[in-house]
Design a protein around this ligand. Structure first.
Ligand code: GDP
Ligand code: MG
Length: 170
């Protein structure tokens, strides 16, 4: 078909929020209780059918930005989309996500599609960030928001699908 798109996508967020786990779930359909921490950045690609088009995501899973923050722009520069991930059981990770949103608003590509993922939604009994406050924050900042679980797979394909739809304008 003619409506095929290659899209660079970057995952940003606090260490331990579940960035690598979301990618592993999306790309390989797997989950590891003891996901190895990422060193530097890892690259994956996955093609998704969206209506009668396809989006080939070129995914950069980042790590270590807490210490080497100056490297981050290398990954989000030129990105068509970003998923900013926090852990619903950690208010610190939600604050960190907001910092990433601000940074992308200041330095990122203005047309970038930005999604906010409240991950570890399976850990309801340990929840510290409500879906309502995250949804409100997302609306105020023009992001789209979903709670996800890399463990159960809830909403993982959906978030990529929604990004694909927004990139294709369909
Ligand atoms: P990253 O540092 O953001 O890449 O986070 P990781 O993907 O390495 O995940 C950190 C830890 O959280 C690992 O032990 C994962 O198994 C766990 N984890 C990731 N996603 C989920 C999830 O959705 N639910 C639960 N219960 N644990 C998760
Ligand atoms: Mg990682």
């Amino acid at each position: 078909g003619h409506n095929n798109l290659n899209a660079k996508l970057v995952l940003l967020g606090d260490m331990g929020a579940g960035k690598s786990s979301l990618v592993l779930r999306f790309v390989k359909g797997q989950f590891l209780e003891f996901q190895e921490s990422t060193i530097g950045a890892a690259f994956f690609s996955q093609t998704l059918a969206v209506n009668d088009a396809t989006v080939k995501f070129e995914i950069w899973d980042t790590a270590g930005q807490e210490r080497y923050h100056s490297l981050a722009p290398m990954y989000y520069r030129g990105a068509a989309a970003a998923i900013i991930v926090y852990d619903i059981t950690s208010t610190d990770s939600f604050s960190r996500a907001k910092k990433w949103v601000q940074e992308l608003q200041k330095q990122g590509n203005p047309n970038m599609v930005v999604a906010l993922a409240g991950n570890k939604a399976d850990l309801e009994d340990k929840r510290k960030v409500t879906a309502e406050e995250a949804q409100l924050y997302a609306e105020e900042n023009g992001l789209f928001f979903k709670e996800t679980s890399a463990k159960t797979a809830a909403n993982v394909n959906d978030i990529f699908y929604e990004i694909g739809r927004l990139l294709l304008h369909v």
